[in-house]
Design a binder for this molecule. Structure first.
Ligand SMILES: N[C@@H](CCC(=O)N[C@@H](CS)C(=O)NCC(=O)O)C(=O)O
Length: 207
């Protein structure tokens, strides 16, 4: 989010909401901005906009002046739209499951049910989460073999939308392919990304 604002050169005010240290959930005050109380959320001209994809589309349509989105009707536009949806629609739910079942596996529970919770977590990870994640990693590796950014030679808003799941992927999946780490390095090398990190802190906290 901040990355795109920095790329666009749009001035913004950052308001921080701290997660609960135990549950990792957002504080209830955030529900005053939007009923679901999730991050990110922006307010602009009196409107509150939630959902990362909707926020990024709004920003690029309002302030992009043709930048960071391919021309409509082109194959690049279709690819950019695909990744705008894929990031939170397909990849992030799996990464969230990986996080949740990791927590179930290591949760502090009475010793006599520990073998059970550990077994359930391992079974879901082993039969569903990990094989699916492996397919996604192979898919992303193949996609990045065709172009440096997700929708072609230029950075688009789809790359910004993919940045959070890509970081989560690299931190939760051991030994991701070089094209995935290269993409992350390319993103992090951009001055706007660095300015966003300086202002907002590292984006990847707990999921
Ligand atoms: N699909 C939403 C996900 C929003 C979401 O779940 N955000 C997380 C942070 S990445 C959050 O607010 N977690 C704290 C909570 O659930 O209370 C989006 O893309 O904006």
């Amino acid at each position: 989010m901040l990355w795109l604002l920095e790329e666009l050169g749009v001035p913004y005010e950052l308001v921080r909401y701290e997660r609960d240290a135990v549950t990792q959930l957002a504080p209830p005050e955030l529900r005053k901005v939007h009923p679901l109380g999730k991050s990110p959320v922006i307010t602009d001209g009196g409107a509150a906009i939630a959902e990362s994809g909707a926020i990024l589309e709004y920003l690029v349509e309002t302030y992009g002046e043709g930048r960071f989105a391919p021309a409509r009707g082109t194959p690049a536009y279709l690819r950019h739209r695909y990744f705008m949806h894929y990031a939170e629609g397909s990849l992030m739910p799996l990464l969230l499951m990986k996080y949740v079942f990791g927590r179930v596996r290591t949760a502090k529970v009475p010793f006599f049910i520990k073998p059970l919770t550990r077994k359930i977590a391992r079974q879901v990870e082993g039969t569903f989460v990990d094989p699916n994640l492996a397919r996604h990693v192979a898919f992303l590796d193949g996609e990045l073999a065709t172009s440096p950014w997700f929708a072609g030679d230029e950075l688009t808003v789809a790359d910004v939308q993919m940045s959070y799941p890509m970081e989560a992927l690299a931190s939760r999946v051991p030994e991701v392919p070089a094209r995935i780490t290269d993409w992350l390095l390319r993103a992090k090398a951009r001055p706007a990304y660095q300015r966003a990190t300086e202002r907002g802190g590292p984006s990847l906290l707990e999921l």
